[in-house]
Design a binder for this molecule. Structure first.
Ligand code: B12
Length: 218
């Protein structure tokens, strides 16, 4: 529908402009129009955040713009969260997941989205937030008797932390009982295999599918 396409464009633009209020208003409008919140995120808001990321990479956008875009993105996703939760119809607890962005990395938007989708699908999620050390992640996994650890890394300099956590888990004999999934913009299947993770996915819907597969809950 042309109207929906136009709305997606406005959503992307609100992120590019770092206009959190506008982003929230557009997210609310999408709810009124009963657009699938996952489409709103991927076809609308993510387009904007990807664009600003590219511009930043090319030196054509600067840190304050990145920060504003990040804030607008967070506000939009927070508005959509109740709708995302409605999407999943969790009836039983599928497993316990410890989720975190690795040490040295403060990107939280994708990780939080993965957490919301996992919760909505029936997983019990312990979200440790950002900049989480290996010790903190493993300690929590032991404490809550986790079935799965999910680690997000958005920087090429922090993705190595995922390997450190996996090595430490191996050393402590906690695998294969605890499965590990990794994700974030720079994470590839090759990387996941190389560090002996149990899998990766490039989006939140795929992360839920993967988690279910690994825990035999499909
Ligand atoms: C927003 C943003 C920020 C915001 C973050 C705000 C916040 N509260 O999270 C702020 C401004 C803080 C920021 C800071 C920095 N950033 Co930044 N940032 C971005 C940007 C534009 C978007 C990230 C995002 O939110 N995407 C939207 C979400 C929905 O997507 P996602 O995170 O990829 O998550 C999805 C998947 O990856 C997957 N997924 C994610 N996690 C997980 C986990 C699991 C287990 C699984 C299975 C799947 C999964 O599912 C998610 C949902 O679909 C990216 C560009 C990009 N294209 O990624 C740059 C980017 C990641 N940043 C970059 C840089 C360089 C920085 C800074 C170093 C800049 C600086 N000079 O200070 C700092 C680093 C600070 C730090 N120590 O972490 C670079 C990284 C380059 C590199 N190769 O390492 C990028 C790629 C921009 C660029 N092109 O240069 N950033």
């Amino acid at each position: 529908m042309a109207e929906t396409e136009e709305l997606y464009k406005q959503m992307a633009q609100s992120i590019i402009d770092g206009e959190a209020e506008q982003a929230v208003a557009l997210a609310q409008k999408s709810i009124e129009l009963q657009i699938n919140p996952l489409d709103t995120i991927t076809k609308g808001f993510v387009t904007g955040v990807s664009y600003i990321g590219e511009q930043f990479g090319k030196g054509e956008a600067f840190l304050p713009e990145l920060v504003m875009a990040g804030e607008a993105m967070k506000a939009a996703i927070a508005t959509l969260e109740p709708e995302l939760i409605k999407l999943g119809q969790a009836r039983e607890v599928l497993g316990r997941v410890v989720l975190a962005t690795v040490e040295g990395d403060i990107h939280e938007i994708g990780k939080t989205l993965v957490g919301t989708m996992l919760s909505a699908s029936g997983f019990e999620v312990y979200d440790l937030g950002v900049d989480a050390s290996a010790e903190k992640i493993i300690g929590k996994a032991i404490e809550v008797n986790a079935d799965l650890i999910g680690m997000s890394a958005l920087l090429t300099t922090t993705m190595v932390r995922q390997r450190e956590v996996i090595e430490e888990l191996d050393k402590e004999g906690l695998r294969p009982r605890i499965k590990v999934i990794v994700g974030g913009a720079p994470i590839t299947k090759d990387w996941a295999e190389k560090i002996k993770a149990d899998g990766t996915s490039e989006d939140a819907v795929g992360a839920v599918k993967l988690a279910k597969q690994l825990l035999g809950k499909e």
